[in-house]
Ligand binder design. Structure first.
Ligand SMILES: NC(=O)c1ccc[n+]([C@@H]2O[C@H](COP(=O)([O-])OP(=O)(O)OC[C@H]3O[C@@H](n4cnc5c(N)ncnc54)[C@H](O)[C@@H]3O)[C@@H](O)[C@H]2O)c1
Length: 402
């Protein structure tokens, strides 16, 4: 039996996929509401194809519990934030979860950590826990690469990394993932797996930072950055990503800090990229001010932000550029800007609307922060508004860009 620890954005789809593929699975989370909801067939977040997968997994007998199970195979998918002060990984969730596993697991169990961790976390925090316990367990690291919005497809099609210091354990872990994963699964050592995952997200962060810096340069040079990038990308070995209002989410905006925190004298490019991406909400704010001044809008309540999530067509708001922008406004004692996101039903910020038409009625200027499909489907509704499109979502003349 496989016991998945942590039933969030990563743990739940993984648990469902493993169960739907014929493995005996129990999903464990210490959050009572999550377990209650799942036991009562209520999904805890929205994701394309998750409902169907949930039904299949239930047919195959998946169970959910607040308790850790006594078994011989665990997958740990708990959060790994960074310490705000020194930017190093905050390992407390992973440490607590592995400790709880060690309390109940069978001797000889395999404990796979899927959470993204900074290189060296196993050596510094996890292996000592095992050494202190009276259990003999085998450790592995299988970081996850799936992207919200396409998680179910990517669970099946992505290539994966399995890091294990014993080759036979690596192969065993690989065979479990092979029950659903059709991509290549590379077996390596734990430290290489830790580093590869963080490097992947750091690469994307740096590439986005380059695009964001180009956006600023092109504004100064009076050039269309999207056209410049489109042309540059026609070169067979150039692939510049798109600029935007900032970088949010739980991976790209977090993982590079692990390298900055652990290698402060060496991670210079990485640090600059992080700072560049973190500067974008402020840059958007300045663009809003500029356009308001140009159009004679004096009242910020006539401005509406479209989108609260960190990317399109998902309901995840963690570290989102819109939240970063709202925090900046708060710091400057500026309030009153209106907000709408079709994916967010709960009230999570001030002046948040849940009806698109009402939102539009009350604003003169719409700032597109997220390119939800909803917006593209309702393009006609925002005609006549002043628009700042930070995502280059609408291909039309007469709108302001980054
Ligand atoms: N969300 C993503 O898109 C994504 C993609 C790739 C990798 N990751 C990584 O995967 C890991 C998990 O991220 P997530 O987005 O699923 O987080 P999440 O916050 O959505 O879910 C984590 C779950 O773990 C539970 N939990 C925490 N500590 C626990 C414990 N000791 N015992 C039992 N349950 C516990 C929480 O209640 C929560 O439900 C992180 O390391 C993240 O960096 C996330």
């Amino acid at each position: 039996m496989i016991n998945i620890i942590g039933l969030g954005y990563i743990g739940l789809p993984t648990a469902l996929m493993l169960a739907a593929s014929g493995n005996e699975v129990v999903g464990t989370d210490y959050n009572k509401k999550i377990v209650d909801d799942l036991c009562n067939s209520r999904l805890t977040f929205e994701e394309e194809g998750l409902g169907e997968l949930f039904s299949k997994a239930k047919e195959k007998g998946i169970k959910f519990s607040n308790d850790y199970q006594k078994t011989d195979f665990y997958i740990v998918a708990v959060p790994t934030p960074y310490e705000k002060i020194n930017k190093k990984i905050d390992p407390k969730y992973v440490v607590a979860a592995v400790k709880s596993v060690l309390d109940v697991c069978k001797d000889g169990a395999i404990v796979v950590v899927e959470s993204t961790i900074s290189p060296g976390t196993f050596d510094t925090y996890i292996k000592p826990l095992v050494a202190e316990s009276n259990k003999k367990v085998h450790l592995a690291h299988a970081p996850e690469r799936i992207i919200p919005g396409s998680m179910i497809k990517e669970l099946v099609s992505n290539n994966r990394i399995v890091g294990a210091d014993e080759k036979t354990i690596g192969e065993k872990v690989k065979s479990v993932y092979q029950t659903f994963c059709k991509g290549d699964i590379v077996v390596t050592d734990i430290k290489t797996a830790e580093m590869s995952k963080v490097v992947e997200n750091t690469y994307r962060d740096i590439n986005i930072a380059f695009a964001n810096e180009l956006a600023k340069i092109c504004r100064e040079a009076n050039l269309d950055v999207y056209e410049v990038i489109r042309i540059a990308n026609m070169h067979p070995r150039v692939n510049i990503l798109q600029p935007g209002p900032g970088v949010g989410g739980h991976c790209i905006s977090v993982d590079p800090w692990f390298l900055v925190g652990d290698y402060p004298g060496l991670a210079n490019l990485i640090l600059t990229a992080r700072k560049t991406n973190d500067s974008m909400p402020e840059y958007v704010l300045a663009r809003i001010r500029e356009i308001m001044d140009g159009k004679g809008i004096t009242d910020v309540s006539k401005v509406g932000l479209y989108g609260l999530t960190y990317k399109e067509d998902v309901d995840d708001v963690r570290e989102s550029p819109t939240l970063q922008l709202l925090n900046l406004m708060k710091k400057h004692l500026a309030t009153g800007i209106k907000v709408y996101d079709p994916f967010i039903n709960a009230d999570i910020v001030e002046n948040q609307y849940h009806d698109f038409d009402l939102f539009l009625q009350d604003v003169e200027m719409v700032v597109i922060m997220v390119a939800h499909s909803h917006l593209k489907e309702h393009q006609e509704d925002i005609k006549g508004k002043i628009i700042l499109d930070t995502k280059n979502a609408l291909n039309r003349a007469g709108i302001y860009k980054l």
